[in-house]
Ligand binder design. Structure first.
Ligand code: TXA
Ligand code: MG
Length: 320
């Protein structure tokens, strides 16, 4: 791809106004959210969305999440049922994406939904994302701001090194606090977990008073982006390593002697926030064989293990 100039915007009023103007002109702008950096584009502009798929090298069957500033704004684009409304009221703004019936006349580009009759929407919990949405005053489609199949970006420097020359702008808004992509839920026909993420499933189940169904077990749509190989660092990845073999670099969790440690104190929230930066660090170290300490499979550990299983999967396909 030809290299283009990537403008850096400050996360102040003038910077966000400049970034919003680039979006209005059909450009691609990366911005921070509480989960990961997103690569934003006007969700109503098919030319711009096509440019986004090209910049990410993303398979075009993989639909995008639309970011809006409020439930009221989401209502312009999707139809809420009672369960979805209750979850939105409880967890928005926040790391929850709802897959809901699309309003066909809402003006969302069919490239955003990849032709599905549902749309994924969320209200991010981040002042810079909020400021950009206010300045732009429209729906922002945004996948994670990384080349397809590679490690998601949780710091400005990750976006800069992976996407400079491919996109029009980056808002420098510091580090992402949660560090894992949003949890994706379909409310119909029964509340179903499509992707474990930055909002623990247990919190959703407590609000619902019921267990979430798992994608594949119900007639709920599956999440087309859930391809096996994803988040891939350069080295191979071996999970649940209780010992380190010759030639391996340890990605640790808890009180172990590791090259990079997700959380020496064994804290899952800290580990989530550090996960993608740790994988970027292992790339920088030139780690060829990565062994990963066992990580408990509850709370945010479930989403961390999901991402690590994909990082460990054979690298035949690419994903978001
Ligand atoms: O935290 C996040 O969700 C970040 C930030 C930027 O908001 N975004 C993100 O986007 O992770 P992306 O594109 O990397 O992942 C979007 C996921 C994909 O797995 C996609 O298949 C799924 O959302 N998705 C989008 N629309 C869908 C739909 N209508 N039905 C089912 N899954 C959908
Ligand atoms: Mg992604």
């Amino acid at each position: 791809m030809n290299s283009i100039t990537t403008q850096i915007f400050a996360d102040d009023v003038a910077g966000l106004r400049g970034a919003a103007e680039v979006l209005s002109a059909g450009g691609l702008v990366a911005f921070p959210t509480e989960t990961v950096y997103g690569l934003g584009v006007d969700a109503r502009n098919s030319d711009a969305v096509a440019g986004l798929y090209a910049a990410k090298g993303r398979p075009s069957f993989n639909p995008l999440i639309v970011h809006v500033a409020s439930i009221e704004a989401a209502e312009e684009f999707v139809v809420f049922d009672d369960i979805a409304r209750a979850l939105a009221q409880a967890f928005w703004p926040g790391a929850l994406t709802l897959v809901l019936p699309l309003r066909p006349d809402a003006g969302i580009s069919p490239l955003v939904t990849a032709g599905l009759d549902t749309l994924a929407v969320r209200v991010p919990d981040h002042p810079v994302a909020y400021g950009l949405m206010e300045a732009f005053a429209g729906p922002i489609a945004a996948p994670s701001a990384n080349p397809s199949g590679q490690i998601s970006a949780t710091k400005f420097a990750h976006v800069q090194s992976q996407m400079s020359g491919r996109i029009d702008g980056i808002v420098d808004g510091g580090d992402c606090g949660v560090g894992l992509e949003s949890t994706i839920i379909a409310s119909q026909p029964v509340p179903t977990l499509l992707r474990a993420g930055g909002l623990p499933a247990e919190a959703l189940e407590a609000a619902l008073g019921d267990k979430l169904a798992l994608a594949g077990d119900t007639a709920a749509p599956s999440s087309p982006g859930q391809l096996a190989s994803h988040y891939a660092p350069k080295g191979t990845v071996r999970l649940n390593a209780t010992e380190v073999e010759v030639g391996e670099t340890l990605l640790g969790f808890g009180a172990v002697d590791a090259a990079v440690n997700l959380s020496p104190s064994g804290d899952l929230v800290e580990a989530a926030a550090n996960l993608f930066d740790a994988l970027h660090q292992l790339n920088a170290l030139g780690a060829e064989k990565i062994a990963v300490s066992p990580i408990p499979d509850h709370g945010l550990g479930r989403a961390i293990n999901d991402r690590l299983r994909r990082a460990a999967a054979p690298r035949s396909g690419a994903a978001a």
